[in-house]
Design a protein around this ligand. Structure first.
Ligand SMILES: NC(=O)c1ccc[n+]([C@@H]2O[C@H](COP(=O)([O-])OP(=O)(O)OC[C@H]3O[C@@H](n4cnc5c(N)ncnc54)[C@H](OP(=O)(O)O)[C@@H]3O)[C@@H](O)[C@H]2O)c1
Length: 253
């Protein structure tokens, strides 16, 4: 067990697959009681929960659309009823991330990304805040991306929303620090998950991406989970407002 999160209550949004599932497994392996949020993937979320339980951990699946205020309220109430107040909030969920040329970009494309990376974080943070303030403790961990450091052609709706997420992180760190709550952002590089593998996989793009970072390989979902578990742990108690890049040194800011 890398970090001791014994009995801490953690909510991971979008944890039915991809990085969220790995983060949920990592937090549970460190002793946390983990709420596995999903949107459409009930069976997948069920499998993540089963796997955690088979390993001796505690987890439960919770369906909710994290872009909707009432659903977020229902989600947070449900987790509180099952496990107790949320102590670690991991804001991870994402919808489709289309590449769109500027000429074809609509406000709707931008809003679709802002709903995941601004609206949803605001709703989630507001829902857990009263409990965290009352206990004068809490960890909010956002999953951002390295793309904001670099810009990506034909991807500006996603990249700008990821930048906004970093702005929320820094501002909330200043606002919530006096209440004993830390807010940080983990910025992964390209970490292949289910949607990058199998049909539509692009091994040449992966090879070239791997060659572009100092460690000369792709990252793994577990490595993102490790960074989140660290930020959730007591070892990170004096760290707030930070972006932790987990990308083999591909960005240096
Ligand atoms: N993988 C990468 O290379 C990479 C790199 C940099 C940053 N990131 C960031 O890491 C995070 C996770 O990315 P990922 O690649 O792991 O994504 P993913 O594999 O596509 O998984 C997305 C997750 O979000 C959930 N979700 C979708 N819509 C939702 C909604 N309305 N409400 C609640 N949950 C919803 C999905 O649930 P269902 O399947 O149940 O619908 C799924 O569990 C994102 O913030 C992404 O921007 C990823």
């Amino acid at each position: 067990m890398a970090h001791d999160l014994s009995k801490r209550v953690a909510l991971v949004t979008g944890a039915s697959r991809g990085l969220g599932a790995a983060i949920a497994r990592r937090l549970a392996a460190s002793g946390a009681r983990v709420a596995v949020n999903y949107f459409a993937g009930r069976e997948e979320a069920g499998r993540v929960v089963e796997e955690i339980r088979r390993g001796g951990g505690e987890a439960e699946a919770f369906q909710a659309d994290v872009r909707e205020e009432q659903e977020v309220a229902r989600l947070v109430d449900g987790v509180r009823a099952r496990f107790g107040p949320i102590e670690v909030l991991v804001i991870n969920a994402t919808g489709p991330q289309p590449h769109v040329k500027l000429e074809e970009l609509t406000w709707r494309h931008c809003l679709d990304q802002l709903e995941f990376f601004v609206k949803s974080p605001v709703l989630l943070a507001q829902a857990v805040l009263p409990g965290m303030k009352e206990r004068r403790a809490g960890r909010i961990i956002q999953i951002g991306s390295e793309v904001f450091e670099q810009g990506v052609p034909e991807f500006s709706s996603y990249v700008s929303a990821k930048g906004a997420q970093l702005g929320l992180t820094r501002s909330w760190a200043l606002e919530l620090g006096p209440h004993g709550i830390t807010v940080n952002l983990v910025a992964p590089g390209w970490v292949p998950v289910e949607r990058h593998l199998g049909e539509g996989a692009n091994p040449a793009a992966m090879q070239s991406y791997a060659a572009s970072n100092p460690l000369r390989r792709m990252g793994t979902p577990d490595e993102i989970g490790d960074a989140v578990a660290f930020l959730a742990s007591d070892a990170a108690r004096f760290i707030t407002g930070q972006k932790l890049s987990v990308n083999g040194g591909r960005t240096l800011a």
